[in-house]
Design a protein around this ligand. Sequence first.
Ligand code: CUA
Length: 342
Amino acid sequence: MAPALRDRPRRRPLRGIAVAIALGVVLGGCGRQSIVSPRSPQTHDIRTLWWWMLGVGGIVFLGAIVMLTMAYLRRDVRGLPFIGDREPIAQGLVVMFGIAIPLVVLVALFGVSDVYLIDSTSPPDPRTTAMTVEVIGHQWWWEVHYRGTGAVTANEIHIPVETRVNVVATSADVIHSFWVPQLARKIDEVPGRQNRVLLYADRPGSYRGQCAEFCGAQHAHMALYVIAQPMAQFRAWLAAMSAPARNPSGGAAAIGRRLFEADQCASCHQIRGVTAPVTVGPDLTHLATRSSLAAATIPNRPSYLERWIANPQSIKPGDRMPDLGLPRWQISDIVAYLDSLR
Ligand code: CUA
């Protein structure tokens, strides 16, 4: 063996697995996108069901392990299970643990999940909700409309806290699934169909959501935020979102606006009051108020926005946003304009 290879530190696969499990527990259990920290009555029920399924599944698994161990310890020298004159007992055990108990457990869990839980997670009666929000899935971002208002946004849904919101979900291209684990169940977004789900938050906060149906190369980068806020704050936000874009008074932002209209930006993105309606890419009317870009892939800061416009494919390969080959000064003026859209 070459000395260089001998000198290499020994790999410790078990330590790597332990670290991965610990990270999974920390990030999955306590993170912002978790089914075990519910913030609505329906997700409380989902969490209860999840713990029951884990508990019952765990007991069944342990039972199987115990019986396998017993069978192993009682095998004869030729490696065959030793049964002898205890055959009727063994057959009884097989019938009980192999057929009867699994049947009872599965029927009970099916009953709880598909009969009891369906009540708390079924689509809301629109007469019992305060408002309707339309969420349209695109490869790979979310278009959001507030019914009855002119407000359009993307990848960020504001809702009033402790208020029942009727979400109408559909898709503009392939099947997606709208999922904000702390607030609601998953709901499929199917082209040509309108599915509905209740969105409700029992306390203010920012809740991360994620597309939960594989929809192409950037499925993993199709996330969103639901921001629950007190009713007065929400009303102010909605009024601001319903307004058209403000015009920059001058400087780099004013040049940026002219470049935005003249370059190909306006053929995909709408800025209400400035460009024609189009939904190839997200509405940018109040882009600067959002916390993230590219469906929660990168933070919404001018330096990231510059990188995104200069080379979107390096951040989200396969995305429909092309590299327009704009010179650096043009990108910086366009960013100055977009950063003024509050
Ligand atoms: Cu959209 Cu996965």
